[in-house]
Design a binder for this molecule. Structure first.
Ligand code: C2O
Length: 347
């Protein structure tokens, strides 16, 4: 298994990267503690859609997320729970700043392999609990950007308000706030009508979730083991809509398509976390679709025992394995509020 070493070093940033140029979290005072599941009596955090224009309940849900981001941004940068550090830890895991234990020459790269879904699930798990702690709300749940259903196919309105903590000036100005998403966007606008774009998007979902995703390795990504070089191959969902929506959201006039369009900077946009909540939700959806046919996730110990480091809501460094995060009910969260309209969108 790929085990993240506690030492974090210099990142390999793309040319013309924007500061900060260092992305390691604070050096821990002691060894990391092993992850423990939350108490089963904790309230279940139900993640709901962040719609472009929502009902009263959805707006309250977004307002809480907005407050949480403001509180995280207000923490000193030395605090591993601050927005600054939370954004940076993603950079550390995609630029070679974190290394494989026992292989100091090899990075822990959490993209383009079977680590993609589990790493991001663990990342959001801690992010959500930090937010809940700062809000004093143990039931706080992240909203998700439901770009796979027609009502969610625009950037949620709350992100476009320039005076909101959810705002990021480094976004594609042509895509906020009313443009429909293009789930396989590669840099060129398709100029479809809204109706054509929706049909196109639903077909893409069908392809990436069903027809091209019949095996764990096809959906989750290729095996990646200790001592091996990174990026053996991404799963369907990671390539698109996941990557394509990063590119769609970032500022295309910047050399690295910051913030969302490059991994080193993506966590700096509060949109990242609602985007990834949807990616995580679709992992659950894929498991449910597959459940009755055959074996779902990998059972390979090299996958199950791979581990990552995160700071938790008490600012303790925690080591968490893939095995730890496979049951979201045990993690005390759930998804609700949207259907899967693309189930019937076979092209
Ligand atoms: Cu770690 Cu959406 O990328």
């Amino acid at each position: 298994p790929i085990v993240t070493d506690v030492l974090c070093g210099k990142p390999n940033l793309p040319p013309n990267a924007l500061p900060p140029y260092h992305c390691c979290p604070p050096v821990p005072a002691s060894e990391p503690v092993d992850f423990k599941l939350p108490d089963p009596s904790e309230p279940l955090r139900t993640r709901r859609p962040a719609r472009a224009a929502g009902s009263g309940a959805e707006e309250q849900h977004m307002a809480k997320y907005e407050r949480a981001i403001a509180l995280m941004k207000a923490l000193p940068r030395s605090d591993p729970r601050s927005f600054f550090q939370q954004a940076n830890v993603h950079c550390a895991y995609c630029t070679g700043a974190y290394r494989q234990a026992g292989y100091p020459g090899l990075p822990v790269q959490i993209h383009f392999s079977w680590l993609f879904f589990p790493y991001h699930r663990a990342y959001l798990y801690f992010f959500e609990r930090i937010a809940g702690k700062l809000l004093g709300d143990p039931g706080f749940a992240l909203p998700f950007w439901s770009w796979d259903v027609p009502e969610g196919m625009r950037m949620p309105l709350a992100f476009a308000n320039a005076s909101s903590p959810l705002y990021d000036p480094l976004r594609n100005a042509n895509h906020v706030p009313h443009k429909l998403v293009d789930l396989d966007f590669m840099g060129a606008e398709k100029n479809y009508t809204d109706e054509q774009q929706i049909v196109h998007n639903l077909r893409i979902m069908y392809k990436q979730m069903i027809s091209s995703a019949s095996l764990a390795s096809l959906f989750l990504g290729q095996p990646y083991r200790a001592g091996e070089s990174d990026k053996p191959g991404a799963g369907t969902m990671e390539v698109y809509p996941h990557n394509t929506l990063h590119v769609w959201s970032g500022d295309i006039s910047h050399p690295n398509n910051e913030d969302m369009g490059d991994n080193y900077s993506a966590g700096r946009d509060p949109l990242f976390y609602v985007h990834h909540a949807n990616v995580d939700r679709l992992w659950e959806a894929w498991r449910h679709i597959r459940n009755n046919s055959f074996h779902v996730d990998f059972t390979d110990p090299d996958w199950l025992d791979s581990s990552f480091l995160f700071y938790d809501e008490e600012a303790r460094l925690v080591r968490i394995t893939v095995r730890d995060i496979l049951d979201i009910e045990k993690l005390r969260y759930a998804y609700d509020g949207v259907d899967l309209p693309w189930l019937n969108a076979r092209p």
